[in-house]
Design a protein around this ligand. Structure first.
Ligand SMILES: O=c1ccn([C@H]2C[C@H](O)[C@@H](COP(=O)(O)OP(=O)(O)OP(=O)(O)O)O2)c(=O)[nH]1
Ligand SMILES: [Mg+2]
Length: 167
């Protein structure tokens, strides 16, 4: 990450301690840089492709693939990891995350993967170490659900799916 005097230091909204995430590097992640915040105020840490250096992954037009990141993330209870596209890949190449935002649960102990789809017009080559997506760590609220006989009344009622028009 590059920093400069122009950049205010990142502060937690609560000004408390940031959540600590343990990363376990898998064998095929050897030598890869850790996921990293690329600017002082970046919301997401970029995830890198742990594909073989001698066998870049070619994503055909309209194809999708789960790209390995080479790491297991241990996200603390009360948080989730949101796997989101990078806007540059989306705008310049039509490459995005199919399930955006992907959800990485705090109890998941498998390898984090990035489900990419190529909606562009040309095959897209993913080299080892390429920054293919970003993960935002977010607090989670879990609701209590209960079955009810009826709901309270609202002005909208059951109107939806464009009921308010476009303009
Ligand atoms: O982009 C993603 C989305 C998910 N996952 C991993 C972490 C997550 O905790 C797990 C399950 O994801 P999700 O709940 O979205 O998928 P599911 O189809 O509901 O699978 P499951 O039945 O295992 O929950 O898969 C990723 O590595 N990348
Ligand atoms: Mg699930």
């Amino acid at each position: 990450m590059t920093t400069s005097a122009l950049d205010p230091p990142f502060r937690e909204p609560s000004h408390g301690e940031p959540p600590a995430i343990g990363l376990v590097r898998l064998a095929h992640g050897a030598g890869l840089a850790l996921p990293s915040y690329e600017t002082a105020g970046a919301a997401g840490m970029d995830l890198r492709a742990a594909v073989p250096a001698d066998a870049p992954l070619v994503l055909a037009v309209n194809a999708r693939v789960a790209v390995p990141t080479g790491f297991v993330f241990a996200i603390p209870s009360g948080y989730e990891g949101q796997v989101r596209p990078r806007s540059g890949l989306a705008l310049n190449h039509g490459v995005t995350c199919l399930n955006t935002p992907g959800t990485v649960d705090s109890d998941y102990r498998g390898e984090v993967k990035v489900i990419l789809v190529n909606l562009g017009e040309a095959p897209f080559t993913i080299e080892r170490g390429a920054r293919i997506a970003q993960m935002v760590i977010a607090p989670v609220t879990r609701a209590v659900v209960e079955e009810c006989e009826s709901t309270d009344a609202t002005a909208r009622g059951a109107d939806g799916f464009g009921s308010t028009g476009v303009r």
